[in-house]
Design a binder for this molecule. Structure first.
Ligand code: PRP
Ligand code: HPA
Length: 185
């Protein structure tokens, strides 16, 4: 069925802006400082998780002033739906992870199944250390394991359906520069 662009525009018009572009950028600056303090000498492999990690990765790596290699993984659990299912791998690491420090970048830690599976995959592939950084951590009690957090978190966000800054609503609005919550969700 063809997508109804009027609906897509209306979703943005009616959404609540939870964090402005300036607030997101300030959080990115802080995350970049913490990552730099800990990983500047680690020669990390920095992997973004497609698609959502695209925006945070593009904006974060330019704030990290040290040597690194970058790449991507593609794993998806939501596939343009509003709730998650089984993790589906589309692309795994192109580098050897053996003995490396790996930093995984993603837009959101929601229930955490995606990040937990990616961390396990990196460790199984021989990574010496696996660190995780997410722009958002959704606040609820449905995490993959109690107390789950990324090593670096930009902002905590309320338990609603979120889009913008890499996160999509039905495949749209990943390009929105702030963080928005869907009306009524
Ligand atoms: O913590 P979880 O509950 O596992 O959810 C978080 C994951 O869900 C989203 O990806 P999605 O599967 O929607 O694919 P996308 O990145 O292409 O949007 C998001 O980008 C994270 O990777
Ligand atoms: O709140 C969300 N919005 C968009 N994609 C997501 N993937 C996990 N949680 C979310």
């Amino acid at each position: 069925m063809a997508i109804d662009l009027e609906h897509i525009r209306q979703v943005m018009d009616e959404a609540d802006c939870l964090f402005s572009q300036a607030e997101v950028e300030a959080a990115m600056d802080q995350m970049a400082d913490s990552i730099t303090a800990e990983l500047a000498d680690a020669n990390p492999l920095v992997y973004s998780v497609m698609n959502g990690g695209l925006v945070i990765a593009g904006q974060l790596v330019t704030r990290l002033p040290f040597p690194m290699e970058v790449g991507y993984l593609h794993a998806t659990r939501y596939r343009n739906k509003l709730s998650g299912g089984e993790l589906f791998w589309k692309a795994r690491a192109e580098h050897s992870l053996v003995g490396r420090t790996v930093l995984i970048l993603d837009d959101i830690l929601d229930e955490g199944h995606t990040l937990a599976a990616i961390v396990e995959y990196c460790k199984d592939a021989g990574a010496e250390s696996v660190k995780t950084a997410v722009m958002l951590d959704k606040q609820h009690q449905r995490k993959a394991y109690p107390g789950m957090r990324a090593d670096y978190t930009g902002l905590d966000v309320e338990d609603r359906y979120i889009f913008g800054f890499g996160l999509d609503y039905k495949g749209y609005w990943r390009n929105a520069p702030g963080i928005y919550a869907l009306k009524g969700h």
